[in-house]
Design a protein around this ligand. Structure first.
Ligand SMILES: Nc1ncnc2c1ncn2[C@@H]1O[C@H](COP(=O)(O)OP(=O)(O)OP(=O)(O)O)[C@@H](O)[C@H]1O
Length: 362
């Protein structure tokens, strides 16, 4: 890895206007992303996690300038893409690709797989028409599909195969980074691990960097180098996957981790010091100070006014709770939880039962 980020966002905010007065002036805004700074290094996987509505997808789209930031900048390979014209931006977009959750919705049902994968080759003028088919075949093989499948339509493929096609199309533009927005969430658990393995394999072969957006901490643990945790548009913690799982510091991260179910049929209720109270506040009028204070089990008076800024310790592990050293922390029992995705547990249990039956049959 070099020390120059492939993608960087600085003080990035996106406030959507959701209500206007008769004169068209903004009356209410959703603070979807608020003052976020992050760097993605070449070849790295950075996960962005948090509850639904915390701003993960908006952040992913801002990184590609698919939506315009309210304030802040996005740098791609050192170049500020928020300052580019739309024509200039189009040329740069090939370097960052986006993979969505739903492989059904992101493929055109009227285009063959070959046409779909060849699209970026044509759009970005990467190859002349005569060489595109050979490249499509290469890309199909790279994602574990067969060139003979190239003339088929998306409806002839399973969910996992379609996601492979989406990945092949993303690779066609030779990106340096891919934003995976809940890229495996819609897939069965066994297919999820195949796609995750494929992404890891492609990363090793092609030196790709990934932003991996997910609400599922047990998925990101195994594939991420670093993890950024978001709450109500703000970054609350940032560290290596090991730091986040071994020593979660922010009460929000701790609550997220302690709510990972331990086993398929058994969930352990987290201790009161690690549980959030109440519902997610409205992002239109987020709480003052630390946005978590209305739900935090450790909240004190100061939290209503304390600025929500990431502070890093020497090891680079950053979090936005200035009081984290003083928190009376319970043992989260993470050694029993880490990576124990309940769906995987169910799958392993099914395998074991199957093996048992096999042994019992003469
Ligand atoms: N175009 C939009 N106009 C108005 N509000 C929006 C728009 N897009 C997103 N939001 C709001 O911004 C906030 C963040 O949404 P976002 O989709 O980024 O969250 P998320 O963490 O990705 O959630 P999910 O996992 O459910 O997709 C939410 O309150 C959402 O309702």
């Amino acid at each position: 890895m070099t020390d120059k980020p492939i993608l960087e966002v600085q003080d990035l905010s996106c406030h959507f206007v959701v209500k206007r007065d008769l004169l068209g002036r903004a009356k209410a805004r959703v603070q979807a992303v608020d003052d976020v700074s992050l760097r993605l290094m070449p070849g790295e996987t950075l996960a962005v996690v948090g509850e639904s509505g915390c701003g993960k997808s908006t952040l992913g789209r801002l990184m590609m300038r698919l939506i315009e930031p309210t304030t802040g900048q996005v740098f791609l390979d050192g170049e500020d893409i928020t300052a580019l014209s739309h024509a200039e931006l189009r040329a740069r977009r090939r370097h960052v690709q986006l993979i969505f959750q739903d492989p059904y919705a992101s493929l055109n049902p009227r285009m063959t797989i070959a046409e779909t994968i060849a699209e970026p080759l044509k759009l970005y003028n990467i190859l002349p028409a005569s060489k595109r088919r050979a490249r499509v075949n290469e890309l199909l093989k790279l994602v574990g599909l067969r060139p003979e499948q190239a003339n088929r339509y998306p409806n002839e493929f399973s969910g996992g195969q379609r996601q492979r096609v989406v990945i092949a199309r993303a690779l066609a533009s030779e990106p340096k980074a891919i934003v995976c927005d809940e890229a495996v969430s819609a897939l069965d658990v066994s297919i999820q691990s195949q796609i995750l393995n494929l992404l890891k394999d492609l990363q090793a072969r092609l030196g790709l960097a990934f932003i991996f957006i997910s609400h599922d901490l047990s998925v990101v643990k195994h594939i991420s180098d670093r993890i950024a945790v978001m709450y109500l548009g703000k970054l609350v913690e940032l560290g290596t996957a090991e730091q986040i799982f071994a020593e979660p510091r922010h009460p929000y991260t701790r609550a997220l981790l302690s709510s990972i179910p331990v086993a398929a049929a058994r969930t352990v209720r987290p201790p009161a010091t690690e549980r959030l109270e109440g519902d997610l506040p409205s992002p239109i009028a987020p709480p003052s100070g630390c946005r978590l204070h209305t739900r935090c089990p450790h909240a004190r008076e100061d939290c209503k006014s304390v600025p929500m800024v990431l502070e890093a310790t020497e090891d680079g592990h950053a979090n936005a709770c200035p009081f984290w050293r003083e928190l009376p922390l319970a043992d989260l029992g993470l050694s029993g939880r880490e990576g124990r995705d309940p769906r995987l547990e169910a799958l392993f249990a099914a395998f074991e039962r199957f093996a048992e039956q096999g042994r019992a049959t003469p």
